[in-house]
Design a protein around this ligand. Structure first.
Ligand code: GRG
Length: 323
């Protein structure tokens, strides 16, 4: 597939599809999601090669290729395409994002953290490979993610890759995942207010979702206006994603979720349903998705309609998903 780089500076340029394109007439989100998922699965499958020893490679692959919705890499590809470039250009970064996400799941499941036995419908990494190996598999996935961007992203200008490395560092470290996780652990068993809950989720869940769309767009050389709009979009979908996660924790089964349901209650965590009730939580998630979609309005009308369609539909998917 030929990759092209856009230097678009405004909504009309960022997202102008071919005129009269039949794709612009209608958008089949189900087909889009499945095609994008398959592209991502293939890229993930080919992403781990030289890791040695073999036992490390096996445990990395066990978690990385265990399924999952692949929402993060798909958001990255969609943002890259909205910003006017071929999504394939962002595939190594999309893989890196899934590697960071998978690392965070492996570490989150450890006995010292959430202590879980089930993830993506399988025994957790440490249940299969032991705690030390699970920590190391997570460490290797995290560092491999940066290698994907810095050394395995052909065709992307170096200054864009540097910006992506910066975003991924912020999202993974104390200003993102780690900071959110620390506050989350500190708040277990305590009464937490809405502002603290929002802080936890904007960092623990929202930071990486933000990095997905920002990095995808940076690879395409998106304008500052589009990056700002994507930041607002990401805040909305990040919080909505976590609200729905909290709702599903009490309404769905472990079988459907592929992870232990009812965990928040057992761990005595403050959740949106606990603070607001189920109905109010769902309304809040829907309002956040509406805010997220509104941020992309300048890129989602007229000629830009088709290129914005995946991110708009992905926002709706966040509230309609059942796992
Ligand atoms: C060591 C740098 C470093 C970071 C780790 C453990 C940790 C710090 C952070 C925990 C982050 C975490 C697990 C947040 C929860 C995010 C979340 C809601 C995950 C579920 O995402 P889905 O539903 O899962 O997209 P699938 O399986 O579909 O990918």
């Amino acid at each position: 597939m030929t990759a092209s780089v856009s230097t678009a500076q405004d909504p009309a340029q960022d997202a102008a599809p071919a005129q009269d394109s039949p794709q612009a007439q209608s958008f089949d989100f189900g087909a889009y999601l499945e095609a994008a998922r398959l592209r991502v699965e293939a890229a993930l499958d080919g992403s781990l090669g030289p890791e040695r020893p073999e036992s490390l490679r096996e445990s990395m692959r066990y978690s990385l290729l265990a399924g999952g919705k692949r929402l993060r890499p798909i958001l990255c590809l969609a943002a890259c395409e909205l910003a006017g470039a071929d999504g394939e250009l962002a595939m190594p970064t999309a893989v890196a994002l899934e590697m960071i996400h998978t690392m965070s799941l492996i570490h989150d499941d450890l006995p010292a953290m959430d202590n879980d036995d089930l993830r993506r419908g399988r025994p957790t990494n440490h249940k299969v490979y032991g705690e030390a190996n699970a920590i190391l598999a997570g460490d290797a996935l995290l560092t491999r993610a940066f290698e994907m961007v810095a050394l395995r992203s052909p065709g992307v200008p170096a200054e864009r890759l540097l910006a992506v490395v910066g975003e991924l560092s912020l999202a993974s470290g104390a200003p993102g995942l780690v900071g959110g996780q620390v506050v989350d652990l500190e708040c277990e068993g305590k009464q937490v207010d809405l502002a603290t809950l929002e802080y936890i989720h904007l960092h623990k869940t929202g930071a990486l979702l933000r990095a997905c769309v920002i990095c995808g767009a940076q690879i395409a050389g998106a304008s500052e206006a589009l990056l700002a709009a994507l930041g607002t979009y990401a805040r909305g979908i990040g919080l909505a994603f976590q609200i729905i996660d909290d709702i599903l924790d009490v309404t769905a089964s472990s079988e459907v979720l592929g992870k232990t349901a009812g965990k928040d209650l057992t761990a005595d965590k403050t959740t949106y349903p606990k603070l607001l009730g189920l109905e109010e939580s769902r309304c809040r998630a829907e309002a956040l998705v509406a805010e997220a979609k509104a941020a992309l309005a300048p890129w989602g009308t007229g000629e830009g309609e088709f290129k914005a369609a995946p991110l708009l539909a992905l926002a709706d998917y966040i509230t309609s998903r059942d796992r």
